[in-house]
Design a protein around this ligand. Structure first.
Ligand code: GLA
Length: 380
């Protein structure tokens, strides 16, 4: 639903004028997978798909939300915030309210209509977009401002502690701090960051495998544990502290599975830094080769890819104008991305639309994406 439809929807539902539009984008990660919770490096970009909240402040401490996508209303008081199993979409928003308040922000209630075009449960971070849009809505309704890194940290905390998903910081961070035309190098230990301009003339083609992500939660947590064990056995605070050279010298002290998980993370950190250097010298073929290596490592060493993700990557790599292709996000289904020349993007999409169903029996959803700005709000 576009912004003016949403404003009209707010008006007809709540019989008053909207005061603000808050929005936050989903993301894809270009490279640096499963490194954020190892205090390493990531290189995501915000995409041109958002969660939007149209709202108006209230005089009391009630938050009344209507999800246009789920056609459901959910209301809570800022004085007693609890999860609502009957409206799971609202829990990301309730969680953010709780964390903002715990952090000392004085919140006011608001009425809001929520809608998004970030595909849900596809690995494009619709949950982080919902959280960051909620931060913006509370800032707008309460006349508050918040540091953008802090906003990402509190949104992550909402997801970890209130929703109960043990994610890293990447998704919330890029939804908060993305910039049009740029990817963002994030140091997930210091939370320092640096914009990296994306070259003109290329598109990021996002392909949703539409395969169910059943294992995602449990396997994600298991990978985290394996990394922690690896760091412990290597005597490091985290895998971030282990260089490629040191790891290759000492990997024999690790059990085989742990060694393979660590190999992925440690080499992936280096690949992110190399990829940023490649971007800065406009070397798309080097950048694409690193994307390919990242995927192969996630498939063979970290073991979080899937037959469907591998199929997309395999099809894309054979096509003209493609610099590189890999899975993006946690894995176990979800989306793959291809970095492709603008003038070859349509042919690539057509090819995947024909070949992917033939190989997998599933229909893909294909989204050409542009790097976009992070969360913000504007007065109506
Ligand atoms: C999910 C998590 C992120 C990150 C990625 C893997 O998207 O939410 O924090 O760990 O998986 O890179």
């Amino acid at each position: 639903m576009n912004q003016s439809d949403l404003i009209a929807r707010f008006h007809s539902r709540y019989a008053c004028a909207a005061a603000f539009v808050a929005r936050a984008p989903g993301r894809v990660n270009l490279i640096g997978e499963h490194t954020d919770y190892n205090e390493g490096f990531v290189l995501p970009m915000a995409i041109d798909r958002d969660v939007t909240i149209v709202g108006a402040p209230r005089q009391d401490r009630i938050v009344r939300l209507y999800s246009a996508d789920f056609d459901q209303e959910s209301t809570f008081s800022l004085d007693a915030i609890t999860p609502e199993p009957a409206a799971p979409w609202s829990n990301y928003m309730r969680g953010v309210a709780a964390m903002l308040q715990n952090d000392g922000l004085a919140l006011r209630g608001f009425d809001g209509v929520v809608s998004g075009d970030v595909p849900i449960a596809s690995g494009l971070s619709s949950s982080a977009a919902t959280e960051m849009a909620t931060v913006m809505a509370f800032c707008a309704a309460s006349g508050q401002s918040i540091d953008r890194v802090r906003a990402a940290q509190l949104s992550q905390r909402a997801e970890n502690q209130f929703v109960g998903v043990n994610c890293g910081i990447m998704d919330q961070f890029i939804s908060s701090l993305g910039r049009a035309g740029h990817a963002l190098l994030i140091d997930c230990r210091s939370l320092g960051y640096e914009l990296a301009p994306l070259p003109a003339g290329v598109t990021v083609l996002v392909v949703d495998t539409t395969a169910p992500r059943t294992l995602a939660g449990s396997a994600y947590n298991q990978r985290r544990r394996e990394c922690e064990e690896g760091a412990r056995l290597l005597g490091a605070r985290s895998l971030r502290d282990v260089s490629v050279q040191e790891f290759e010298r000492r990997r024999d002290v690790l059990p085989d599975v742990v060694a393979r998980r660590c190999a992925h993370v440690i080499h992936e950190n280096q690949r992110v830094l190399d990829a940023v250097a490649a971007l800065r010298r406009n070397d798309l073929s080097a950048f694409g080769a690193l994307m390919n290596q990242s995927h192969d490592s996630l498939r063979d060493l970290y073991e979080v890819s899937s037959a469907e993700l591998d199929a997309v990557v395999d099809i894309a790599r054979g096509e003209a104008g493609v610099h590189g292709a890999r899975m993006t996000g946690a894995g176990f289904g979800g989306c793959a991305i291809a970095l492709v020349d603008d003038d070859a993007a349509a042919a690539l999409a057509d090819r995947i639309a024909v070949e992917y169903p033939r190989r997998t029996g599933r229909a893909p959803n294909i989204y050409p994406c542009a790097a976009s700005d992070g969360a913000n709000w504007t007065a109506v």
